[in-house]
Design a protein around this ligand. Structure first.
Ligand SMILES: [Fe+2]
Ligand SMILES: [Fe+2]
Length: 195
């Protein structure tokens, strides 16, 4: 359903939960980046495709609220939020899309599908955290966020199909999912949502 070809290694859960403060801090930044990226799509494409404005501004609002909730968890545990760092997974996935993009393939199609895959991978990982974290309140929190990320995967893949057609978006998603699977298996395991 989430178009993921490679499941996350079970060893990632151990690596992620071994440093909960670092994981929560990285997660907080992921939520901010998700809100920023939705708004950057709005700013670039609102003129051409005004139908993107309503769903993507609603998404940005929801991601900002996710950030607020993760930040609340950090504060409750006395964990200061780290400075933002670049996300190798997102950087590599965007670069892979760019490198193998046929010249006539719309950039927006890739931006929507890359966003869909990021949401899909986040959903899978939040489920793993919710199943393995020992803190019951965090388990419930991640179960809740997992459901949001599944909805966001559907939102981005539906917007891609709506704007560029079902067949073209499905074919491109399959190609990008292959690249995503290769990237995710090579990244070092650590306390990052996508690490
Ligand atoms: Fe989120
Ligand atoms: Fe999301």
């Amino acid at each position: 359903m989430l178009s993921l070809i490679q499941p996350t290694s079970p060893r990632w859960v151990d690596a992620a939960l071994a440093d909960l403060p670092a994981l929560l801090s990285d997660h907080a930044h992921c939520e901010i980046k998700a809100a920023q990226s939705a708004l950057s799509l709005v700013s670039r494409y609102a003129g051409e495709l005004p139908q993107l404005v309503e769903p993507l501004t609603a998404l940005a609002k929801e991601e900002a609220e996710h950030f607020r909730r993760v930040h609340e968890k950090l504060t409750a545990r006395g964990i200061p939020m780290a400075l933002p760092a670049s996300d190798s997974y997102v950087t590599q996935l965007s670069a892979a899309a760019r490198q193998n993009r046929p010249h006539d393939l719309p950039v927006l199609l890739d931006r929507l599908l890359v966003a869909a895959l990021i949401e899909g991978r986040s959903c899978e990982r939040f489920q793993l955290i919710s199943e393995h974290v020992t803190d019951a309140s965090l388990a419930a929190f991640y179960r809740d966020l997992m459901a949001s990320e599944a909805r966001h995967f559907t939102l981005f893949s539906s917007l891609a199909a709506e704007c560029f057609g079902k067949a073209e978006s499905r074919a491109r998603l399959a190609t990008l999912a292959e690249r995503e699977g290769e990237i995710v298996t090579k990244l070092p395991l650590g306390p990052q949502v996508h690490g």
